[in-house]
Write a protein that binds this ligand. Structure first.
Ligand SMILES: Cc1ncc(COP(=O)(O)O)c(C=O)c1O
Length: 286
C-alpha cells in the first residue's frame, strides 16, 4: 500500500518522521477523514475547506492549494485501488529543534503531510440495528471546531464507552448536549430535528451538514439549537453522524432504550436521503 508523504506517493515503510516533529511532541497539527465510494471521494472539497479553515485558525501555512491536495488524494485512491474506504490525512507544523512551545518562524520549518487509505465497507447491519451509548461530561478544550490531532479528551470518552461495552459517548457541557467523542449527535422530537449549532463547542461535521441539507429539502423542520440531556433522553429518535458512520441510529442511552429501542422512521429516511446524495457524486452504492 502506498501512502502520501509530503508531496509524493511512497511505500509506508519509507516514511520517516522526526522525533522532534511538533505533531509528535505537541499534537500541533490537523487531520481529516474522507470517505470514498466506488473509488470516488465524497465531499472532498468540503473536507479540504475545513482543513484550510483549521489551518488558518492555528496560523499553519499549508504547502499546497486546495486543488493540488485533492489531486494528490485522488492519486492515492487510484494507486491503492480503493473502492469503498477511508482516506486519513494529517498535517503537522513540522520539525522544530530544540523543542519550544512557540510556533517556529515559517522560514525555519516546513509542515509534514501524510495520508493513508483503508478499505472499509459500509456497515449496513449496524446502520439498521443502531448503536448503544453512554453520556459523559464534555471534558475537552474550547476549540472543538478545530479538527486537531490532539484527541485525548475524545479518546478518553470513547474508551470509557468501550469499557462499559457501548459504542460511543454522547458529551454534555452543563446540561447542553454537544456532540459525541467522534461524531455529531442530533435528536428528533415531534418530527423536528434538533442539533447543536456550529461554533467552538463542536466540530462542524460534513456529514451533519449534508444530512441537514437533505432533511430541509425533504421538508423536515431543522433547529440548530442546543438541547439538554433531558431532551436527549426523552427524544423520539437519536442519531450520530460522521463520515465513516453516515447517519447512525442510537438505540440505547445509559442502558435505557431510545423510543422502542429500534431505528426510527426519520433516521431511516435520512439514511436513504444520504445515500441518494452520495450517489449523485459517486454512482450507485446499493
Ligand atoms: C468530535 C467529532 N465530531 C463530529 C465528527 C463528524 O465529522 P464529519 O461528519 O465531518 O466526519 C467527527 C468526525 O471525526 C468528530 O471526531
Amino acid at each position: 500500500m502506498k501512502v502520501i508523504w509530503n508531496n509524493q506517493l511512497v511505500e509506508r515503510e519509507d516514511v520517516k518522521i522526526d522525533m522532534e516533529d511538533r505533531g509528535y511532541q505537541f499534537a500541533d497539527g490537523l487531520y481529516e477523514v474522507i470517505r470514498a465510494y466506488n473509488g470516488i471521494l465524497f465531499t472532498a472539497e468540503q473536507h479540504v475547506e475545513r482543513l484550510f479553515t483549521g489551518a488558518k485558525k492555528i496560523d499553519l501555512i499549508l504547502p499546497f492549494t486546495r486543488e493540488e491536495l485533492i489531486y494528490l488524494l485522488n492519486e492515492l485512491i487510484k494507486e491503492n485501488s480503493i473502492e469503498t474506504g477511508n482516506i486519513y490525512l494529517q498535517i503537522t507544523r513540522g520539525v522544530s529543534s530544540p523543542r519550544n512551545h512557540t510556533y517556529p518562524k515559517i522560514e525555519f520549518t516546513s509542515p509534514v503531510f501524510t495520508a493513508s487509505t483503508t478499505v472499509v465497507p459500509r456497515n449496513l447491519e449496524t446502520m439498521k440495528d443502531g448503536i448503544k451509548v453512554i453520556t459523559l461530561p464534555d471534558m475537552r478544550w474550547l476549540h472543538c471546531d478545530i479538527k486537531s490531532i490532539s484527541l485525548l479528551g475524545n479518546i478518553m470518552a470513547k474508551h470509557e464507552a468501550h469499557k462499559k461495552g457501548k459504542d460511543e459517548a454522547i458529551l454534555y457541557r452543563d446540561e447542553a448536549v454537544t456532540e459525541c467523542s467522534a461524531s455529531n449527535v442530533s435528536i428528533i422530537k415531534n418530527k423536528i430535528l434538533y442539533t447543536h449549532p456550529d461554533g467552538n463547542l463542536i466540530l462542524s461535521g460534513i456529514t451533519k451538514t449534508v444530512l441537514l441539507k437533505v432533511a430541509r429539502q425533504r421538508g423536515i423542520i431543522v433547529k440548530e439549537e442546543t438541547f439538554t440531556l433531558k431532551d436527549l433522553k426523552e427524544a423520539d429518535e437519536v442519531f450520530a453522524s460522521s463520515t465513516t458512520m453516515e447517519a447512525m441510529p442510537v438505540v440505547e442511552i445509559d442502558d435505557k432504550p431510545v423510543g422502542d429501542g429500534k431505528r426510527g422512521p426519520v433516521v431511516k429516511l435520512l439514511q436513504e436521503l444520504y445515500v441518494n446524495e452520495v450517489e449523485l457524486t459517486c454512482g450507485s452504492i446499493i
